[in-house]
Design a binder for this molecule. Structure first.
Ligand SMILES: C[C@@H](O)CC(=O)SCCNC(=O)CCNC(=O)[C@H](O)C(C)(C)COP(=O)(O)OP(=O)(O)OC[C@H]1O[C@@H](n2cnc3c(N)ncnc32)[C@H](O)[C@@H]1OP(=O)(O)O
Length: 150
């Protein structure tokens, strides 16, 4: 199933079917409206995201997206695709390496690094890119769905 406005294919891959190196991604163009909505939801109204005049005087030279908005795309890949519906987030590390600006198209990719079948724990490498620039890197730990609990 495809979501309108975001390039993502939904589904679930149970822990029994996961393999090291499996990878899934989502692409989304971040707009100023998305940044405003995220500010409202999160209550993070840092002017570097919302006030162009303020942001012009920062190292970024203009408004940028919240780091956690970009990180949300990693969550979307994990919750919708790999492993998908039924996954429980247990932990996440993040490094924000370059800014995301309104109009940027972010590709967030998640890749299976380790699988502990006995505990259904899966470690995922996470990355987000804008063109050739890596804007975010990290690692996620999740509890994957199992076909034994259908
Ligand atoms: C709280 C909210 O309201 C605010 C936000 O959400 S802000 C939005 C999210 N954050 C960003 O968008 C920041 C994106 N990052 C950057 O733009 C750059 O990392 C930087 C401008 C902060 C730093 O860049 P620069 O000064 O060019 O640093 P270098 O690339 O030269 O790297 C120097 C060393 O630091 C290491 N490093 C850089 N960034 C990070 C990071 N995010 N986390 C960890 N380490 C980082 C880099 O690897 C270099 O290390 P080395 O050992 O010297 O190689």
């Amino acid at each position: 199933m495809f979501d309108q406005g975001t390039q993502i294919q939904r589904g679930t891959i149970c822990v029994e079917d996961l393999e090291i190196g499996m990878s899934r991604s989502v692409m989304k163009t971040i707009t100023q409206r998305h940044i405003e909505l995220f500010a409202e939801l999160s209550t993070d109204h840092n002017p570097v995201h919302l006030d162009e005049a303020y942001a012009q005087d920062t190292i970024f030279g203009g408004v940028i997206a919240h780091g956690m908005l970009t990180a949300g795309l990693i969550s979307a890949v994990i919750g919708e695709q790999l492993p998908g519906h039924g996954t429980v987030y247990l932990g996440q590390t993040l490094k924000f390496l370059a800014p995301v600006r309104p109009g940027d198209t972010v590709e967030a990719t998640v890749t299976v690094r380790e699988i502990d079948h006995s505990r259904r724990r899966v470690t995922l490498d996470c990355r987000a890119e804008v063109g050739d620039t890596t804007v975010l890197k990290g690692e996620a730990l999740v509890l994957a769905p199992s076909n034994k609990f259908d």
